[in-house]
Design a protein around this ligand. Structure first.
Ligand code: SF4
Length: 761
């Protein structure tokens, strides 16, 4: 037992005999790890953006503790944050650059790695065109690194086939905001979550995935109503006053239906609609197709509940809707985000205390790449298509305008398709691990085999790094300096506490040094020596933009515990929420748009062969594909492998109980050896599996199905079959569902009208 505790704490104490109550053990541990100094920083895992201190002893990080003065977390951290220092010494760190020679990855000097890569990139671009090189990055670099990488790729290497893994998680929120408000940028803040009277949490398991936000959710608890809308009874649903067990991917129908009821009952804000929006008349026409009876049929919810939800949202003074991947990771993600925005603008619940449509961001700096990463926009939320924006940016940084692309290149999934077609020959992957995270793994793996060159830049020997031709050994959190922007637009400072391990280098240094091998350093990064130089350029190029950093400095960010943009002469301390009375929307006329979008049934519904819907997601102990958390004993021992949640009714039919093993199959592949957890947290006909694990690779099953606007994958609803030893033929389709399918196939879906009972609710 003591040995286990020692192992979990990661401390090398030599004594053999202990009793649990022996203070000396813990005294020795504390002494062995007691830091010489504490370095203030920000957590590098998720988009909550908790402030923390890194304890350093003898040049090694030995502790992490929450910053009691930081407004996001007031001293608290989740299990990942608390053990973050251990990540630095994981056995899967990449310590030196490598090149594959005779089939094996061997250590080389940085000069050789850079020289070889530069030569190969140039050869491929000369032979096949600039676009034959593609780059896929991440949401985990520092903003200064994103900015340097974007400039290098778009302006230097001149390929616009550049995207990030953020397209796998946040792209629908980005595009939904753009459709509705004219720009990306989450309007709300955690203060609004704390102060709202009513909060709808849709498709978001905050308790597992953004645990510290739950502190804000629970503030003023007795005065607020929490509504959780999710097909799964997640941990978050257990905090709710009202849990809404919606049928999978029917949220767009629900949101249109709530809009209908709000219109029908006259609960909308006429003055706000008139002064600050466009498209109301068309929208009212559109929602006539979403009468409560029809919506009840689609969503599986009672009409009385629909009226209750609409009334609660529209008639409460402060109402906020937050969401994450349940909304975004959908073939209708962008339109569903806009449907949330529709509710906010028809009721005027935006730009006021406790009111907002509010996406909660996944990775620590997914926001940073959205602001300045140069993937889906020119830095500072400028549009590729706008000559004015291109000219303005070109003038600001002193480059010819014709170096700036006039349109966005391929999105992530389009890059994979282009590799499969043989159009893209070289891929540079930065700090992401598609061999676990991308859907339809068999298709992905077939495509990657066709590459002439795969370069992986990562701090960890990820699954993808293992098949690379070149590895750039990157430094990680705690070893480098810069800023992260969290979900509420708060720019936080992350600081260097220790030197990069081995010969690894910060991503910032890798990009600048590689640019020298192309003769591009002076053109793109003249005078840059450290991240602060990039930050100063960001301040300059963002002045006057929505994501305005011009009023920030590193010192001010640290002093204030982060600053929410825009920060400028008008908002010297930052801005808590967007689109208040004096802040127009970002469309040219300053008005928000109603978006009329129709709900569509699942592209791959359950069938006799695949009668169960698989939902995937995360668990609090792990981050993404476990490259960062898989080697941290205290986290990995808590969740060492993937499991499957099965409803008791389905478990009985399969003849399985807790800890049995089952196999999941979809039309694309199978995953074996999943541990069964029998639970009512999932409904009959639905199962849940976490996606983190490369050993039980659930993305073997998921579809190549993407939102047509954002390019985000539809991860959440995959038709599967479960087989067990006792039930090798698997489950049969529920009669009721089979009946519904037949009706829909025949185009005879029931139409129902709103009931008197519903209207009276
Ligand atoms: Fe880090 Fe997110 Fe946990 Fe905060 S909630 S400690 S930011 S992982």
């Amino acid at each position: 037992m003591i040995g286990k505790i020692r192992e979990l704490l990661g401390v090398d104490i030599k004594e053999e005999k202990y009793a649990l109550t022996d203070d000396p053990l813990f005294g020795k541990i504390a002494k062995a790890k007691k830091p010489d100094r504490w370095v203030k920083s920000t957590c590098g895992y998720c988009g909550v953006g908790c402030g923390l201190y890194i304890g350093v002893k003898d040049g090694r990080a030995t502790y992490t503790k929450g910053d009691p003065k930081h407004p996001v977390n007031i001293g608290t951290l989740c299990p990942k944050g608390l053990s973050e220092h251990q990540m630095l010494y994981a056995s899967n760190r990449t310590l030196r650059p490598k090149i594959r020679k005779n089939g094996k990855l061997v250590d080389v000097s940085w000069d050789e790695a850079f020289g070889y890569t530069a030569q190969k990139f140039q050869e491929i671009q000369e032979r096949y065109g600039k676009g034959a090189l593609a780059v896929i990055s991440t949401g985990q670099l520092l903003t200064e690194e994103f900015y340097a990488l974007g400039k290098f790729v778009q302006l230097g290497l001149q390929t616009n086939n550049y995207d990030g893994n953020t397209t796998l998680c946040m792209a629908s929120a980005v595009m939904g905001y753009k459709q509705s408000f004219g720009s990306d940028g989450p309007p709300g803040s955690y203060e609004d979550i704390a102060k709202a009277d009513v909060i709808f949490v849709i498709g978001a398991n905050l308790a597992d995935n953004h645990p510290i936000i739950v502190h804000h959710l629970m503030k003023n608890r007795k005065d607020k109503k929490i509504v959780v809308i999710d097909p799964r009874r997640s941990k978050t649903s257990q905090l709710a006053d009202i849990y809404v067990p919606i049928k999978p991917r029917t949220d767009l129908a629900l949101l249109n239906g709530l809009a209908y009821i709000i219109w029908e009952q006259g609960w909308y804000d006429e003055a706000f609609i008139k002064d600050r929006t466009e498209g109301w008349r068309e929208f009212v026409g559109h929602i006539q197709n979403y009468k409560p009876g029809e919506v009840a049929h689609i969503t599986g919810l009672d009409t009385k509940l629909l009226y209750q939800l609409a009334k609660l949202y529209a008639t409460s003074k402060k109402s906020l809707i937050c969401w994450t991947m349940g909304i975004n990771q959908s073939a209708q993600g962008t339109d569903t985000v806009s449907a949330i925005n529709n509710l906010a603008i028809m009721t005027g619940k935006i730009g006021k205390e406790g009111c907002a449509p509010f996406s909660i961001t996944g990775q620590c700096n997914a926001m940073g790449t959205r602001e300045f990463g140069f993937t889906s926009a020119i830095p500072g939320y400028r549009k590729f298509e706008s000559e004015k924006d291109r000219q303005e940016y070109a003038d600001l940084i002193g480059i010819p305008i014709d170096r700036i692309p006039t349109r966005r290149g391929y999105k992530y999934s389009e890059i994979i398709d282009a590799i499969d077609r043989g159009e893209i020959k070289a891929l540079w992957v930065v700090c992401t691990n598609p061999l676990v995270s991308f859907p339809d793994q068999n298709k992905l793996r077939r495509a990657l085999k066709k590459l002439d060159l795969l370069v992986v830049q990562d701090a960890f020997m990820s699954d993808t790094a293992q098949i690379a031709d070149v590895i750039f050994a990157a430094a990680t959190w705690g070893e480098k300096e810069g800023t992260y922007t969290n979900s509420e637009r708060r720019v936080n400072k992350a600081n260097k506490a220790v030197e990069p391990l081995g010969d690894s280098k910060s991503d910032f240094d890798i990009i600048l040094e590689l640019s020298e091998h192309f003769g591009l350093r002076n053109l793109l990064f003249a005078g840059w020596k450290e991240p602060r130089d990039a930050f100063e350029e960001i301040r300059r190029i963002s002045k006057g933009r929505l994501c305005d950093y011009s009023g920030m400095t590193y010192e001010k960010i640290e002093a204030l515990g982060g600053i929410q943009w825009p920060c400028n002469d008008k908002y010297p301390q930052g801005c808590t929420r967007l689109y208040g009375e004096n802040m127009p929307f970002e469309h040219e006329d300053g008005k928000a748009r109603f978006i009329a979008a129709d709900w569509k049934p699942l592209e791959e519904p359950v069938s006799k062969a695949y009668p169960v819907l698989l939902n995937t997601g995360r668990t609090v102990e792990h981050f993404h594909t476990r490259t960062k958390t898989g080697q941290i004993a205290i986290l990995d021992n808590l969740a060492p492998e993937a499991w499957i949640d099965i409803n008791p009714k389905d478990a009985a039919k399969l003849g399985v109980k807790n800890y049995d093993r089952v196999t999941l199959k979809s039309p694309r592949g199978k995953v074996e050896n999943l541990v069964v957890r029998v639970t009512n947290l999932v409904a009959p006909g639905q199962v849940f599996v976490p996606f983190h694990y490369n050993t039980q690779l659930v993305n073997t099953l998921t579809q190549s199905l993407f939102d047509p606007i954002s390019g985000e994958p539809n991860y959440k609803q995959t038709a599967v079959q479960i087989v067990s030893e006792k039930c090798p033929q698997g489950l049969t389709l529920e009669e009721e569902i089979a009946g519904e399918l037949t009706m829909e196939q025949e185009g005879k879906a029931q139409k129902r009208t709103s009931t008197k009972e519903g209207q009276e609710a």
